[in-house]
Design a protein around this ligand. Structure first.
Ligand SMILES: Nc1cnc(-c2cc(N)nc3[nH]ccc23)cn1
Length: 286
């Protein structure tokens, strides 16, 4: 269920770092269509040779993304297997991971952040309609295709990346380190359900409105585990309606978390109320 890409059709560029058991590189793929040769910029995600045992989960995550297509889901072109290297070939998304982008550019507006939140909610709604759980929603897995000019407020465009190697294979410590993105029930079941993505959506909203700062980053694995054992919540944001939406998503009882339709409605009303406040301020100033 995958397009196989010949190794000789790939050219390798600079290393862009590492993921869980993967190394990522810039690169290009060439494909002959009719007599014309097309060259496309790609991201090459290579699974560590010493983690061969998770290659089927590595490809399963990618095949999930390649079976469905949506404007806010990352495009996976296919896989290339060469000697002992398993390579996933993805579309290259120009501005990279959202968490790093937010840390760098502290000047994005509230409406810019709400626009990103709405796009993520739409992607999750699409997955929910297909009854597909992603399992790794976080700002690091949101890729920025278009910056949108923060000053002139033209809009950003994000793509949700593949979930990566499934946590069930990653081991307990990796799952613990994903607190508070991973839903609490996953620690017991190691099963990813639709409700888990709603919890992670809440955590990701918190990241976006805290300029990419990772929640609970100073805590070690024991303290992170205790955060859930004590049914703790993230520090509430000043904007009450936003804090309420995050709290709804991050309820310890999965069945109480809102549907994606409800999440989209609430983000839309935040956008409206946000604009109204800005409009009112302009009125007062004039
Ligand atoms: N599917 C993807 C995933 N990551 C990128 C990316 C873009 C960039 N400008 N810097 C980076 N640094 C690390 C990754 C990355 C692109 N496309």
């Amino acid at each position: 269920q995958f397009h196989m890409i010949k190794h000789e059709d790939l050219t390798w560029g600079e290393s862009l770092g590492q993921g869980s058991f993967t190394h990522i590189f810039r690169g290009h793929k060439t494909d002959q269509r009719d007599e014309v040769t097309h060259t496309t910029e790609v991201l090459l995600k290579v699974l560590d040779a010493n983690h061969k045992n998770c290659w089927e989960s590595f490809f399963e995550a990618a095949s999930l993304m390649s079976q469905i297509s949506h404007k806010h889901l990352l495009l996976v072109y296919g896989i290339s297997v060469h000697k002992s290297k398993n390579i996933m070939v993805q579309e290259f998304v120009k501005h990279g991971a959202l968490d790093l982008y937010l840390k760098k550019s502290m000047s994005v507006s509230v409406s810019w952040k709400l626009d990103v939140a709405k796009q993520l909610a739409c992607a999750l709604n699409f997955l929910e309609e297909k009854n597909i759980a992603h399992g790794n929603i976080c700002a690091k897995n949101l890729l920025l295709a278009r910056e949108g000019d923060p000053s002139s407020d033209n809009s950003p465009f994000i793509k949700l990346s593949d979930p990566g190697t499934s946590m069930t294979l990653l081991g307990k410590d990796v799952v613990l380190d994903r607190i508070p993105w991973v839903a609490p029930e996953v620690l017991d079941t190691l099963e990813i359900e639709l409700e888990c993505d709603k919890w992670s959506f809440g955590t990701t909203l918190w990241e976006i409105f805290n300029n990419g700062e990772a929640p609970l980053q100073g805590l070690d694995l024991i303290q992170k585990q205790q955060f859930y054992e004590h049914f703790s919540n993230l520090p509430a944001l000043e904007w009450t309606e936003l804090a309420d939406l995050i709290a709804q998503c991050m309820q310890y009882q999965p069945e109480l978390r809102p549907s994606c339709r409800s999440i989209i409605r609430q983000v839309n009303s935040l956008i409206t109320s946000g604009n109204t406040q800005v409009f009112a301020i302009c009125l007062v100033q004039d």
